[in-house]
Design a protein around this ligand. Structure first.
Ligand code: SAH
Length: 229
């Protein structure tokens, strides 16, 4: 799968994809992440990407022309499995189900807003979807794009070591998940500062452990995320 990022801060992405499973997947050729500097599609001396909002308001807005030009030069003829996503505080909420749908595309292109946002014609006439990673305002779409890429990347076949592991996680329908939180986990030592690991995990059999995990996942969901029940 190929991920494209359109941004005015390409250097911001030096870190997020250089570690862990995403880096390994990149090295293995399972995915590719291409960072595009929006200023490459400007033609004036100052490489202007923003302008003042019509009607007067605070701040600046990213212009539509460089963004349209960039997307149309990255994909001269776009096909169904090449999706343009606009990261936006006003977007539909990103979640695991959306990540699961996005992973079936061949390529995703993420447009990162800055300043007060992006000329609305990008949302209306260029983006396939406008997506938000949460009910808060970031200073740019770059961290949001990194979140989306990280989440989708680990769903691709071969990215996680254990094929099954993404099916049994929080928000997934498989296993004890049922769309709930994952069960809590412990590792050695079995006792730390007097706090003991649940006995069943140390001494129990497979059936008991499975039952315990299901109950623990439900209990934690009820306590921290009752909205998921
Ligand atoms: N004036 C806008 C916020 C602009 S923030 C508003 O009030 O809705 C600047 C950019 O950061 C946005 O264009 C978007 O690309 C990004 N951004 C901010 N919050 C985000 C969020 N919750 N999810 C995804 N992108 C976000």
């Amino acid at each position: 799968m190929i991920f494209h990022i359109l941004t005015i801060f390409p250097d911001l992405f030096a870190g997020p994809f250089a570690h862990g499973v995403v880096k390994r997947a990149k090295d293995a050729g399972i995915l590719d992440i291409r960072i595009h500097d929006l200023r490459n599609w400007t033609h004036d001396r100052h490489r202007t990407v923003d302008d003042r909002p019509f009607g007067g308001a605070e701040g600046m807005v990213l212009k539509c022309k460089p963004i349209f030009d960039a997307v149309e030069s990255i994909w001269p003829s776009r096909v169904e499995s090449q999706k343009v996503l606009l990261l936006s505080a006003q977007g539909r909420m990103f979640d695991q189900a959306m990540a699961n749908r996005l992973k079936d595309n061949a390529e995703l292109l993420m447009i990162c807003g800055r300043y007060e946002g992006v000329d609305e014609r990008v949302a209306e006439h260029l983006a396939d979807d406008e997506i938000s990673i949460g009910n808060y305002v970031l200073s740019g779409g770059e961290l949001a794009a990194a979140v989306v890429i990280d989440t989708v990347a680990r769903l691709l076949p071969g990215v996680l070591g254990n094929q099954a592991s993404s099916e049994f996680e929080s928000f997934s329908e498989g296993g004890h998940g049922e769309g709930l939180l994952d069960c809590p986990q412990w590792t050695r030592p079995a006792e730390f500062r007097g706090w003991k690991v649940p006995d069943v995990l140390v001494n129990g059999n497979h059936a008991e452990i499975a039952k315990f995990r299901k109950a623990a996942a439900r209990e934690k969901t009820r306590r921290l995320r009752p909205d998921l029940l």
